[in-house]
Design a protein around this ligand. Structure first.
Ligand SMILES: [Mn+2]
Length: 413
């Protein structure tokens, strides 16, 4: 894409938006300041339980994961932080890692604990962790979370994300109420250790790896557990952690109404926790979610900066960095389109029972090609106009393969 092409497209869009009374300069500022964290485990090729097809050049250690994030930050200007996962990202020298991150301008987002697999710990998590019937296993899982908080403190993180695989595969296997009670008590012990300026993000998921029941299956359970814990606990919405056709935008609105929305794990799905690139299958849903977010912020339900933004996806068939570039772009598009919704007109339609009009207002924004505005915001921030084209033209993957090799299995990837 030439500079001339971009400028023609941007000027046309800018005129259109200005004629509708929008402040283009302000839109650019909002787009430019929006940053989404990338998880360390999204940097390598993901897998399914049937196999994994690594493409090479993937990060071999934490330093290389930081380098990949720094590259994404530099070309997209849409991310400036990494979310670490323990024990996968454990290091004996957090001080050094923090220093390396600072040198490449990368910050640390939420830290993630892991009590869903065995990695040499004394008690097995086969039958659960925070919900386990044995007090010693629960204590071990609590202790792990406390350790992760300590790691997070050392790198300047300010949130702990807990996703529990705890649940059961067969009817009768578990006493629902007792498992929930034990989970609640375990979470309370973790919450007590949380630094004052931290958030505890409580993630939910309806099924998998347990297929009959999970202890925290839905936003409602996350919400009441969070409320029991205290004001620092909030609900984390992972877009793929819903049954098909769930109205996720309504969940977002409801949580904001109750000041319980902690943040997002962005991805997309057709069936379940597919971990597809966000916006690849249901871009309209992503747009509607951002409409609720902006509406909630405008109405003072929750502040924009009270919400955490992170991608959570991992792919078997795509270059992980290309996939992240696409995901960051999709999120930017949904955000930008939600910003240009004519809210005065929408409110008028809602209050006058104009169903057709309300739909038209949303579609008018959604169908606007907003990409020139996103490009302009990125150019003004010093990023690449077209990050994906840049990544391919500069043969970045080829360079990484040369440097790091073809057969890599970093922890957690
Ligand atoms: Mn997630």
């Amino acid at each position: 894409m030439t500079t001339e092409y971009h400028l023609r497209a941007f000027n046309l869009l800018s005129d259109q938006l200005s004629s509708k009374g929008m402040d283009v300069g302000n839109l650019i500022i909002q787009l430019a300041s929006f940053q989404i964290a990338v998880p360390s485990w999204a940097l390598g090729t993901g897998g399914t339980r049937f196999g994994r097809f690594p493409m090479g050049g993937e990060p071999r250690n934490l330093e290389e994961k930081l380098a990949d994030i720094a590259l994404l930050a530099q070309i997209t200007k849409r991310t400036d932080s990494i979310s670490l996962h323990f024990p996968w990202d454990f290091t004996n020298n957090f001080g050094e890692i923090k220093q390396i991150a600072a040198q490449v301008g990368v910050k640390f987002d939420a830290v993630n604990s892991n009590t869903f697999q065995n990695y040499g710990q004394q008690h097995s998590y086969k039958m659960g962790s925070l919900c386990h019937v044995e007090a010693s296993t629960r204590a071990q899982a609590i202790e792990h979370n406390l350790e992760v908080i300590e790691y997070g403190k050392q790198i300047g993180s300010n949130a702990l994300t807990i996703w529990l695989a705890d649940g059961s595969n067969f009817p009768g296997q578990v006493n629902f109420r007792e498992a929930l009670q034990r989970t609640s008590e375990s979470l309370q012990k973790i919450y007590t250790a949380l630094p004052e300026d931290w958030k505890l993000l409580v993630e939910y998921k309806p099924y998998e790896p347990n297929f009959y029941h999970t202890v925290i299956p839905d936003w409602g359970t996350s919400a009441f557990l969070s409320r029991q814990l205290g004001p620092q606990a909030k609900v984390l919405v992972d877009l793929g952690h819903h049954l098909p056709n769930t109205n996720i935008e309504q969940i977002v609105a409801t949580l904001m109404h109750q000041n319980l929305l902690g943040g997002f794990h962005f991805n997309d799905s057709n069936y379940g926790d597919d971990d597809l690139s966000t916006g690849s299958a249901k871009p309209y849903q992503l747009f509607l979610i951002f409409c609720e977010l902006i509406g909630g912020v405008n109405d003072g339900a929750q502040a924009w900066n009270s919400i955490s933004w992170m991608i959570d996806a991992s792919h078997n068939t795509k270059d992980p960095l290309e996939d992240l570039i696409q995901a960051l772009e999709s999120i930017s598009q949904a955000f930008a389109k939600a910003l240009i919704v004519d809210r005065i007109k929408l409110t008028h339609c809602q209050n006058s029972g104009d169903v057709v009009g309300a739909q038209e207002v949303l579609q008018e924004a959604f169908l606007t090609d907003i990409r020139p505005l996103i490009r302009e915001a990125r150019i003004q921030s010093g990023g690449e106009p077209d990050p994906l084209a840049f990544f391919r033209k500069e043969k970045i993957r080829e360079g990484l393969i040369k440097k790091r090799g073809t057969t890599i299995l970093a922890t957690g990837l």
